[in-house]
Write a protein that binds this ligand. Structure first.
Ligand code: NAD
Ligand code: TYD
Length: 363
């Protein structure tokens, strides 16, 4: 048993938005125990995992991916067959106002995690070694910004990150690649477009619109609102990760996207009209009247779009939700879980809102 793995997986950042959705997805599929290592930063929320409190297949460990002793202990104790690295600082605006934490977690933290995973993997028996995976979760933002008429990002696009966040994720991706090329660590990298769905912290556009609209607060539009993102429902991202982990070729990169390009204004209008319909007695109706143009984000990427052909043709993954269906599910979830948002938008969240929006003049 000493040099063999179990059916468990180590998920990092599993108390955050995508990580917690993934943990729920994985446990629903009964694919084995999840060891969930999370530092519980402002974005990590134990409430996302509350329904798993009595589930023996979920083991939560509070800690930092950069803590080598802790990750070594976890790997030796639970002998996971894979590490899936979601842990990150993930918000572009925060990276602009305070990039240090992004370098510490996304670059240095990922490096330490990789080193411990490599040491563990090196000691595995050869058949276990072959099946072990280090799956790194990354973003389309590493490719930079597209012009309106450029084709979507494929895995062949050159890296051209423009924000401290995307630069830190790009650095991590390179470290993961180097671990494969230099040491043969069986890695997988997935670069995904913007996600939306349950459990997303309301600093990101879609939950922020819902939260502000329901509270009669201005809905801040950066610049002219014409920036484009390719939106993917988080459940589709989770299925894509499971697919790549099960059948992806080691050392390969897979881009994941929803093929749903929308401007920010389109997103805001859509969410506001769903809220108008769902909350006919709202004093803020029509919610779109709360739209307020504010100073643009510095270095604001104009357009992201993903070419998902590789994962579609090679692994047969496809999104199940369109934006039209996914956004309705998402708004319904936030309406049914207003306590979830209320709890995390008191206290420190207000300081963030003041810091990020207080200094942006209305346009
Ligand atoms: P999130 O900010 O909601 O959650 C991040 C989680 O990581 C939190 O639970 C936090 O406590 C934890 N964490 C932070 N630093 C840590 C550390 N040093 N050690 C252990 N845990 C730590 O982020 P998210 O939106 O769920 O994104 C998850 C991953 O997916 C990130 O790597 C992000 O770059 C990537 N990604 C996100 C999107 C998106 O649209 N949200 C799109 C593509 C890729
Ligand atoms: P965000 O959700 O922060 O994701 P990302 O920057 O990683 O794409 O932002 C999505 C888009 O919405 C982006 O173009 C910035 C814009 N945006 C606003 O216009 N207003 C806001 O208050 C926020 C948070 C974002």
């Amino acid at each position: 048993m000493k040099n063999s793995t179990t059916s468990s997986v180590l998920v990092t950042g599993g108390a955050g938005f995508i990580g917690s959705n993934f943990v729920h997805h994985w446990l629903r599929k009964k694919q084995g125990t999840v060891i969930n290592l999370d530092k519980l930063t402002y974005a990590g929320n134990p409430d996302n995992l509350i329904s798993l409190a009595a589930n023996p297949d979920h083991v939560f460990v509070h800690g930092d991916i950069g803590d080598r002793h802790l990750t070594r202990d976890i790997l030796n104790r639970y002998r996971p067959r894979a590490v899936i690295n979601f842990a990150a600082e993930s918000h572009v605006d925060r990276s602009i106002l305070g990039p240090d934490a992004f370098i510490q977690t996304n670059v240095v933290g990922t490096f330490h995690l990789l080193e411990e995973a490599r040491a563990y993997w090196t000691r595995l028996a050869s058949d276990q070694k072959e099946h072990f995976r280090f799956h790194h979760i990354s973003t389309d933002e590493v490719y930079g910004s597209l012009e309106e008429d450029e084709p979507p990002f494929s895995e062949e696009n050159r890296y051209a990150p423009n924000s401290p966040y995307s630069a830190s994720k790009a650095s991590a991706d390179h470290l993961v690649r180097a671990a494969w090329k230099t040491y043969g660590l069986p890695v997988l990298t997935t670069n995904c477009s913007n996600n939306y769905g349950p459990f997303q912290f309301p600093e990101k556009l879609i939950p922020l619109i819902i939260h502000n609209a329901l509270n009669g607060e201005k809905i801040p539009v950066y610049g002219d609102g014409g920036n484009i993102r390719d939106w993917l429902y988080v459940g589709d991202h989770c299925r894509a990760i499971s697919t790549v982990l099960a059948r992806g070729r080691t050392g390969e990169v897979y881009n994941i996207g929803g093929n749903q390009e929308k401007t920010n204004l389109e997103i805001i209008q859509t969410v506001c009209s769903i809220l108008d319909e769902a909350c006919p007695d709202s004093p803020w109706k029509p919610h779109a009247s709360l739209i307020s143009y504010v100073q643009d984000r510095p270095g604001h990427d104009r357009r992201y779009a993903i070419d998902s052909n590789k994962i579609k043709t090679e692994l047969g993954w496809r999104p199940e939700e369109s934006f039209a269906t996914g956004i309705r599910k998402t708004v319904a979830w936030y309406l049914e879980n207003r306590d979830w948002t209320a709890k995390i938008t008191s206290g420190q969240y207000r300081d963030w809102v003041k810091k990020n929006y207080g200094e942006r003049d209305d346009e």
